[in-house]
Write a protein that binds this ligand. Structure first.
Ligand code: A3P
Length: 317
């Protein structure tokens, strides 16, 4: 109730001033449990850690920002609701994917107060080691999606230019890039975020499905099948023959989603002080777009950092 909420809030106000602080892209950033956040995000994380109780049937869609969250939400929602809706009746045609699957960050109060018992899929950007304890303790399944760090940086940067710097003075891309390489970015260091879920997926492959954006792009149908299996809702032979998988792939494709009226002109987070145009979640949806934005030198630097940090993990990005 309110009291627990106040307690958690007070706790976050006590913790924040004790943390390492650094200048970020648009505000001060704080290092908490090995990752960086601005104070608003961090308050939300501490609230979620103190108050959120997972149900064992919950399935979490986890990701670092800008690695394919919107797409994963769309695919998941389409897979989960395929017996109720098809590509001509799906809520995905009129609601943006973020409004189909709630997130711990944006929808925490709703999830705490009046959780829809039918909601089994939830999303978050919080790193594995900082997830509210009950998520792991209840044995919830997790899907994680990651992406080429260069494309991830560019995607974040382009998003930030449109949102963050509406209200504050923009910083040069070189400076933003430097902070990203230092790990000082929302939910950063990026490579640590990826590594946390990677290691956990090696330990518990039945609980954690680890995906890459680039592989999804290459063969979306294969991953739609894998996701359905992982969710315990495999496609029947009849469904496969009817082309249900291909229809989901098509409906959730960048081309289709980005051309829907809701995603072209609609807005997200209308009940907050920061509504965001839905179209900002659909920019290009390409692999290798970093080439248009980073110099070879920048790209090489980031690749080297990530390669070194991932060395010995069995993962390459
Ligand atoms: P770009 O900025 O490179 O275009 P997130 O959903 O985690 O915020 O990530 C956003 C990135 O995913 C953006 O990348 C966006 O264009 C891309 N994206 C959104 N919907 C997609 C889809 N249906 N298929 C592929 N990529 C998609």
């Amino acid at each position: 109730g309110m009291e627990a909420m106040q307690k958690a809030h007070i706790r976050s106000m006590e913790i924040i001033p004790t943390l390492n602080k650094s200048k970020g892209w648009h505000s001060d950033m704080y290092e908490y449990q090995g990752f960086w956040y601005d104070s608003m995000l961090l308050q939300g994380l501490i609230l979620a850690q103190d108050l959120f109780r997972a149900q064992s049937s919950d399935i979490f869609l986890c990701s670092h920002p800008k690695t394919g969250t919107t797409w994963l939400k769309a695919l998941t929602f389409a897979i989960a609701t395929r017996t109720q809706f098809d590509e001509s009746s799906s809520p995905l045609l009129t609601k943006m994917p973020h409004d189909c699957i709630p997130s711990l960050e944006l929808d925490l109060l709703k999830l705490l107060n009046q959780r829809d018992p039918e909601t089994h899929f939830l999303a978050t950007h919080f790193p594995y080691s900082s997830l509210p304890k009950s998520i792991i303790a209840s044995g919830c399944k997790i899907v994680y999606v990651c992406r080429d760090p260069r494309d991830t940086f560019v995607s974040i940067w382009k998003f930030a230019e449109k949102i963050l710097f509406k209200h504050t003075e923009p910083i040069p891309v070189e400076e933003a890039f430097e902070m990203f390489c230092q790990g000082v970015s929302h939910y950063g260091p990026y490579w640590e975020h990826v590594l946390g879920f990677w290691r956990a997926s090696l330990e518990s492959p039945e609980k954690i499905l680890f995906l890459k954006y680039e592989e999804l792009k290459k063969d979306p149908a294969l991953y739609v099948k894998k996701l359905a299996d992982f969710y315990g809702r495999p496609f029947s032979v009849e469904e496969e023959e009817k082309g249900v998988i291909e229809n989901i792939v098509k409906m959730c494709s960048f081309e289709n989603l980005s051309n829907l009226e809701v995603n072209k002109t609609g807005k997200h987070m209308l009940d907050t002080p920061f509504p965001i145009e839905n179209n900002l979640f659909f920019r290009k949806g390409k692999v290798g777009d970093w080439k248009d934005c980073l110099t070879d030198e920048m790209a090489e630097r980031l690749s080297q950092i990530v390669e070194q940090k991932l060395s010995g993990s069995g993962l390459t990005l």
